[in-house]
Design a protein around this ligand. Structure first.
Ligand code: TPP
Length: 340
């Protein structure tokens, strides 16, 4: 594992990959190449990359529909991500899931979930498995501040706290749930108070510096791995785009946005590298390489074959014992007892 300035170089590269990936996705969406919803993570990249830097291979990560950033941070290729957005067979979910349903278990990424708060209990389940199997793995579960008002959030945290599960809950508090500011949905400012009620550790800080994110999250991840229970972390951040592509974000002022952009996580990392003596020519070199990588992933997604019906049947469970053989959907094979 790289440390110090080398690690920051790698993290800057990853944050930039996420930034450019999403800028290109927004362009492709406007051209009609992407269907369904598209929720951009632009402005929050230091959190995904910082958290990924604090984990080891084999850990589990669950995220909401705002999922491109963490998937790429964990190691998903830009090709697999862009092809998924374009509905292509080479996508990470074989083009069947789209933006909200990225999935990449080889890199520890377990979705990509569209129901606000619904995945919190799933993540607690993964952490329960790790505790039961004593396998040393840690689960990270991301969600927005809006999700902390929903039932699934409280059910997941309650069990995680009670059973001291090896899990870290990360609330990306980007101030708005769609167009609703937090002050209109939550009677608290400090969201860690909600988790205190479930007997877990808490932490709370700003998330524009990738090194700070990594260090603070690693403390919680290490604690979970030692069997000392879960942590709830509120990371204050801001999304620079609307909630989704259909949101012009008229509920906030231009001044507010401009103020927040002064803490652009990519710019902060770039400046830290420059301050540490990394030459402008090297930074431009990294940026050129990322531009090429993203141009190549768009080309790949344009040219890849579309999603297939066969892929859909491959990923659907059917209780075949309840269906006569001649009525099974096309492509579904009955597995007899003992064959599975
Ligand atoms: C159960 C449920 N209710 C409502 C929605 C519609 N919805 C989608 S995103 C969203 C806002 C969630 O905000 P937050 O949890 O803060 O996450 P953010 O989008 O800011 O990342 C809502 C209400 C949904 N997907 N699921």
């Amino acid at each position: 594992m790289a440390s110090g300035i080398d690690e920051l170089r790698q993290q800057y590269r990853k944050m930039l990959e996420i930034r450019r990936f999403e800028e290109e996705a927004a362009r492709a969406y406007a051209m009609g190449k992407i269907g369904g919803f598209l929720h951009l993570y632009i402005g929050q990249e230091a959190i995904a990359v910082g958290v990924a830097s604090a984990l080891v291979k084999g850990d589990y990560v669950f995220q909401t529909y705002r999922d491109h950033g963490i998937a790429i941070a964990l190691g998903m290729t830009a090709n697999a991500g862009m092809a998924e957005l374009f509905g292509k067979d080479t996508g990470c979910s074989r083009g069947l899931g789209g933006s909200m349903h990225f999935f990449d278990p080889d890199n520890g990424f377990y979705g990509g979930w569209g129901i606000v708060g619904g995945h919190v209990a799933l993540a607690a389940g993964a952490a329960f498995k790790s505790k039961y199997a004593n396998d040393g793995q840690v689960t990270v579960c991301f969600f927005g501040e809006g999700a902390t008002n929903i039932g699934g959030f409280h059910e997941g945290l309650s069990l995680a706290g009670l059973w001291k599960l090896p899990i870290v809950f990360i609330c990306e508090n980007n101030q708005y749930a769609m167009g609703t500011p937090m002050s209109r949905t939550t009677p608290l400012e400090d969201l860690t108070l909600k988790a205190q009620g479930y007997g877990m550790h808490g932490d709370r800080f700003e998330g524009h510096d990738v090194t700070v994110v990594k260090d603070r999250v690693k403390t919680a991840v290490d604690r979970a791995r030692r069997g000392e229970g879960p942590t709830f972390i509120e990371i204050q951040t801001y999304r620079f785009r609307g909630h989704s592509m259909s949101d012009p974000a008229k509920y906030r002022s231009r001044q507010e946005l401009e103020e927040r952009k002064k803490k652009d996580p990519c710019a902060v990392a770039r400046q830290r590298l420059a301050d540490a003596g990394v030459k402008e020519a090297e930074l431009l070199g990294i940026e050129g390489e990322i531009d090429d990588l993203i141009a190549a992933c768009v080309k790949h997604a344009d040219e890849a074959p579309p999603a297939t019906e066969e892929a859909m049947w491959d990923s659907v469970y059917v209780p075949t014992s309840a269906v006569p053989a001649d009525r099974l959907p096309r492509g579904v094979v009955r597995v007899e007892d003992g064959d599975a």
